[in-house]
Design a binder for this molecule. Sequence first.
Ligand code: FAD
Length: 304
Amino acid sequence: MTTATLYRTPRPGPCISFELYPPRTPRGEETIGRTIGALADLAPDYFSITYGASGSTRATSRELICRVRDETRITPLAHLTCVGASAEDLDGYVATLLQAGVRDFLALRGDAPAGEPDWRPHPEGLTRASELVALLRQTARDHLGEEGDAVSISVATYPGGAYDAQGRPRIEDDDVAALLEKQAAGADFAITQLFYDAGHYAELVRAARAAGVRIPIVPGLIPLTDPRRLRRMVELTGVPVPPALLEELDSAPDKEEAYRRGLAASVRLVHEVLETGAPGIHFYTFNSSRAVLDLLRESGLRPT
Ligand code: FAD
């Protein structure tokens, strides 16, 4: 079953999925096998595998995709970005993934490399994720014929973290317009950027539906157990962490208590998001299993 079908098929509980990235250090190399094994024991619906900025991890992303497929038999979903590559190059890379049996993709624009003021987009490249969705649809058709139409293509979407003057979660019109364009290009579902307030997710879904978006919108969450990581994520994503949450974690007498408080906050967020009717939850795992295992157990999504 592809990931697109997954969200269309009625089932007793929410879909659960995990993001992994290719290890960047020898220690990461050593531990990734155990992490995959521990997370696979939770029987997720799929693992998504990130793709480094400008395709920098192309080889290691592909290795991890094949490893997940071979060691766990759980569906791997391949992230892919446009930035830094020609359309022809992307077509060739997608073809190698299709040959390796990959049928699930997350189509992203990617970001220009940081700290490179002279950087220019590839002259024969793509500039938007919607163009990559269209390329994926075409490449899948070219290589698999009619079977290519069953390939699943997901995209990113952004609940943001801003509030309006009345304190209500605010969603950017451009983000909804981008999602609509990606749906029109053939996207099957969307996964959100991390967020900390279920109200932002609910408001994104409301605004998207009002604009004509029909595809499932899957919330993406991080465990809220590590204040250092939360601060780092602000730098990487621009999504502000609620000051009250940081204060709660920072005021804990030790790391374990901070972890317990963060876990309790995560469990609340999981429940609030599911209460809005979310079709599942995609967890950003940071290649670590402990917090996700604890979170799924504590929130009742997986047995002890
Ligand atoms: P697009 O959808 O192309 O949007 C880019 C910009 O154009 C946005 O600001 C949007 O508002 C604007 N825009 C697009 N279409 C329209 C329109 N019709 N009207 C008005 N404005 C429009 N990055 C990586 O490098 N590797 C990864 O593996 C990776 N995985 C990710 C996974 C998830 C779930 C998410 C949420 C992000 C991930 N990213 C990854 C980051 C992503 O590449 C960046 O957020 C990037 O800046 C935007 O990508 P996009 O696909 O959303 O771009």
